[in-house]
Design a protein around this ligand. Structure first.
Ligand code: PLP
Length: 233
């Protein structure tokens, strides 16, 4: 059964790799400009182990409790942990203990709490400012206009490193204009923060459009590991 799961994940990974390579070629970009983050939420630590065995080095999770347990079980693996979900201030101490990159910084208070926690833990954590690309505040992120101030807040924290921006494409709309907007926001941000080069955009359904618009990191779950059980999320 474990062999079957390994073959399943290997096949998913080969398909996703081909899609990323094709998108890079179409955009005139080198394949190594784009990092694949395998989103393992709702799937067990054994799947992370299989992904790692297949060469995946970046793992994404969106809930602290689940992520902390999996990171603990996988502490021997050479993987980086990306926290991609909405983050409550009371979880920052835990998240900072295992996360290498936090993609979902969406308010100054969170940046301050993360900075304190990172210093206390003796860690330096890369943070991305999450940008809302539609008018649905329920999906997280700040408006493009609010990005510079939040980015300054992140960059001003000793324990944090401003990595760049992250976004989720609007539901049920063409993702291309949204990703084009995100690239503009990212380029403007680099004027003030030249090191903020990361653009985290693109999921199973829209990774090609994201790569076409400059994504440096794509976050892919379903296309690698299968559909998540709806009631789990
Ligand atoms: C779950 C999730 C993903 C992965 O989505 P898929 O459609 O399964 O590839 C990417 N980004 C975020 C923020 C997520 O929560």
């Amino acid at each position: 059964m474990s062999t079957g799961r390994r073959e399943e994940i290997a096949a998913g990974l080969a398909r996703v790799e081909r899609r990323i390579a094709e998108a890079c070629a179409a955009a005139g970009r080198a394949r190594d400009e784009v990092t694949l983050i395998a989103v393992s939420k709702t799937y067990p630590a054994s799947d992370v182990r299989l992904l790692s065995g297949l060469g995946v080095r970046d793992i994404g999770e969106n809930r602290d409790q689940e992520a902390a347990a999996k990171a603990g079980e996988c502490a021997d693996l050479p993987v980086r942990w990306h926290f991609i979900g909405q983050l409550q201030t009371n979880k920052v101490r835990s998240v900072v203990s295992y996360a290498d990159v936090i993609h979902s910084v969406d308010r100054p208070r969170l940046a301050a709490a993360l900075g304190r926690a990172a210093v206390a833990a003796g860690r330096r954590v890369t943070c991305l400012v999450q940008v809302a690309l539609d008018d649905d505040p329920g999906r997280g992120g700040v408006t493009p206009e609010a990005v510079p101030a939040l980015a300054d807040a992140v960059a001003g924290e000793e324990g944090l490193e401003l990595g760049g921006v992250m976004a989720v494409a609007p539901l049920g709309a063409d993702p291309a204009p949204a990703f084009a907007r995100l690239r503009e926001v990212a380029e403007a941000l680099r004027g003030a923060h030249p090191g903020a080069v990361m653009i985290s955009a693109g999921m199973s359904g829209d990774l090609a459009e994201a790569v076409a618009h400059g994504a440096t990191h794509v976050r892919v779950g379903t296309a690698l590991l299968g559909r998540r059980t709806p009631f789990v999320r």
